[in-house]
Each structure stands twice: as C-alpha cells, then as structure tokens.
Design a protein around this ligand. Structure first.
Ligand SMILES: [Fe+2]
Length: 222
C-alpha cells in the first residue's frame, strides 16, 4: 500500500535529498531543522502489531540512499540488543519518552555502558557498530522515527546487524529488524554467545521480562 506521507515528513525527505549527509552528525542537524510532527504521524502507527514482534515497524519512505521507518511501541515493547550493520549514517528521533541502553564489547564480553533515557524531542545518531537497545517502559503508546542511510547508492542499509539474545545465550546476524528473540519468528542462524556481564543481564531482564511474559516467550523458551 502506498503511504501518503505527512507534509512535515515530505519536508524532511526533501531536506535530506537536497543536502545528502556524509555522516550521522550532518543528518542530525538536518533532522533538528526539520522535525516531523507527531500528530501528523500518529495515524500511521502500528500499535496493533503481531504480539510475536516486539515492536511495530512501518517503512514510510525508501530511495537508493536512505529509508525512513516509523516505529510504534506499546508499553513493554523493546528491541533486542543490536548494532546497525551496513548502515553508514542514521538518526533516531524520539517522538515520546524511551528507555535506552548503550553497550560495549570488552574482551568479547557484552557490558552495559550507559542507561540514560532517550526523551521526547531528542535525536540520537546511528553508527554501524554501536550496540544498543531501546523501548517503551512507560504506560502509554509511543512513537519514534528512524532514518538509515548509505554513501553507496543501492547498497541496502541495516543488513548484517549483530543481535544478542541473552535469554538463550546466542547471537545472530540479522537482515533487518531487531526484534526480541521469539522462536516463532526468528529465522536467522544462531551462534553461541554467552559472555554477558552479570549486572548487564539483570538490567536487560528487568526491561524485557514483561514483554516475554506477555508474549509467552518464557514458556516457549523453557
Ligand atoms: Fe537500533
């Protein structure tokens, strides 16, 4: 279905196409000068996404160098821990308040590095190898706008992203979304990975536990 883009998103698309950013910093500046209106985007939400998908993901626009997604987050919706693979520049705009976690791999162990929230109106730059997760820990539905680009026209973005699944001690290389692990929808090849620092695990399960209970993933996993 062809999506009729809101005026504020069309302005943003034109601004990116007119001054193609070379990196995430340049994109963030463009976004800050062309902030899309939440009210204009609300009707494009995907809050009634399948429960197996841990958040709603709707592609609004795509051309050979970048794409824009509107993500929809019900209370308890979270991404898995992931990076952004082939994405060369990108930006996320928070249209509501979010939990956010940054991680780093130290001696091949995944460790929590930052737990500052990602708040309404803020932008966050996307870098290929930065490992993070985000989600809605509040009690109202939330929206965010995600832009992913490449300096090599035609090369797909967000491919070969690393995704970490502490709940099964595995990781995978994904070709797209970063949904939480659910055996009903995961079709990526899984690799053993169990090097999660202890406090990092506690923090992770405190965030995604509700989602797993809601989706019955705990029962499917154990
Ligand atoms: Fe991400």
């Amino acid at each position: 279905m062809e999506i009729k883009l809101p005026e504020s998103v069309i302005r943003l698309v034109h601004a990116i196409e007119d001054g193609v950013p070379a990196n995430s910093k340049e994109l963030s500046l463009i976004v800050k000068h062309n902030i899309p209106e939440r009210d204009e985007l609300l009707h494009l939400n995907d809050f009634d996404h399948l429960p197996e998908l841990s958040y709603g993901r709707r592609k609004l626009y795509e051309n050979p160098i970048f794409c824009i997604y509107l993500m929809s987050w019900c209370p308890g919706d979270f991404t898995a821990i992931h990076d952004h693979g082939t994405t060369q520049w990108g930006c996320v705009l928070a249209l509501d308040d979010f939990e956010h976690r940054l991680y780093q791999l130290t001696d091949n162990t995944l460790v929590l590095k930052d737990n500052k929230p990602f708040l309404k109106g803020q932008t966050a730059s996307v870098y290929s190898d930065v490992i993070h997760m985000m989600g809605n820990n509040g009690d109202k539905n939330a929206l965010s706008l995600h832009m992913y680009g490449t300096n090599e026209p035609g090369k797909k973005v967000a491919q070969r992203s690393r995704i970490f699944y502490p709940e099964i001690n595995k990781m995978a290389i994904s070709q797209g979304a970063a949904y939480l692990y659910n055996p009903q929808i995961c079709n990526s090849q899984l690799h053993n990975f169990s090097n999660f620092e202890e406090n990092t695990l506690d923090d992770y399960f405190s965030l995604v536990g509700k989602n797993m209970e809601r989706n019955n993933s705990f029962n499917l996993l154990h």
